[in-house]
Design a protein around this ligand. Structure first.
Ligand code: FE
Length: 288
């Protein structure tokens, strides 16, 4: 693994608010925790949704997500454990497994299915929705699968191991770089006693979600299965995360679009009329 020297920050962001996810069910009956819900879309602009799924009970995941549409945003599916097969209306197919990631720009429209390809064992991961700027909502769809080996990683002298899914961290460029929203998406593994820092522009909205152990940011504790929304103080040039016990978390940040958000299920546009158009296109077979 590459090594990187972590930046020395002038000041770390602090935890503005802790959020507990909401247990829900989606697709054909997949149990998951919705961590970023509609109420937080404005505060965490450009992010629209974060679902965490994790279960070793096949009843919680086996039915998967049969054919469904998307329009107007990007989806990033990061698989910590398990296998998910996806197929879309354009004839693309791929298998997402242990440590891999799929980045999809739904743009003007994709109809796809996401179906587990295992009948037992642990299925764990995240799906994040990233908004598209108004001018790109009807872009040509695009997606790419990244195997675990294709996600850049680095280690620090302080013991952190970091996977850079998007953006860059401590000089290491991630698997995906996006213009406009400039998303940063890190999977951070910390041994007990480690301290980790990474720079973030203070204008980026940012949050972390702890999925193992617990961490502290500015003296505030964030336990497992909790999201910590990070403050946007202008004098803070990044975030410092302290792990008193071994911990794993994702850190997500992006530049807000400050555009109207109108969501109807899997369609996220700027105006109600565009939602009507999306529904009309979907029902008449013109979406994808
Ligand atoms: Fe989907």
């Amino acid at each position: 693994m590459n090594t990187a020297t972590q930046t020395t920050l002038k000041q770390s962001r602090s935890i503005e608010r802790l959020v507990q996810g909401v247990a829900t069910s989606d697709g054909a009956g997949v149990s998951l925790t919705r961590v970023l819900t509609g109420k937080l879309q404005r505060r965490l602009d450009p992010f629209l949704m974060l679902d965490a799924f994790g279960s070793d009970d096949p009843d919680d995941y086996i039915a998967g997500f049969p054919d469904h549409p998307h329009r107007g945003f990007e989806t990033i599916t990061y698989m910590l454990s398990g296998r998910m097969r996806h197929r879309d209306s354009a004839g693309h197919e791929g298998l997402l497994e242990n440590g891999g990631m799929q980045w999809m720009i739904a743009g003007r429209g994709v109809i796809h299915s996401e179906i587990p390809e295992q009948e037992d064992g642990l299925m764990e991961g995240f799906q994040l929705w990233l908004n598209l700027p108004a001018g790109n909502k009807m872009a040509v769809p695009w997606y790419k699968d990244f195997s675990s080996a294709e996600i850049p990683e680095y280690a620090t002298a302080e013991g952190a191991a970091v996977r850079v899914i998007a953006g860059s961290s401590n000089g290491v460029a991630g698997a995906v770089t996006r213009e406009v929203t400039e998303p940063v998406y890190l999977d951070i593994h910390l041994p007990a006693g480690a301290q980790f820092s990474t720079a973030l522009p203070h204008t980026h909205n940012a949050f972390l979600y702890v999925y193992r152990g617990a961490v502290q940011v500015g003296g505030e504790q964030v336990d497992a299965q909790r999201m910590g929304i990070l403050s946007n103080a202008p004098e803070a040039d990044g975030v410092t995360i302290v792990a008193k016990e071994a911990a794993r978390l994702i850190l997500v940040a992006g530049k807000p679009l400050n555009e109207p958000i109108v969501q109807y299920g899997p369609f996220v546009m700027n105006m109600q009329e565009e939602i009507h158009q999306a529904l009309d296109d979907y029902r008449s077979g013109r979406l994808a």
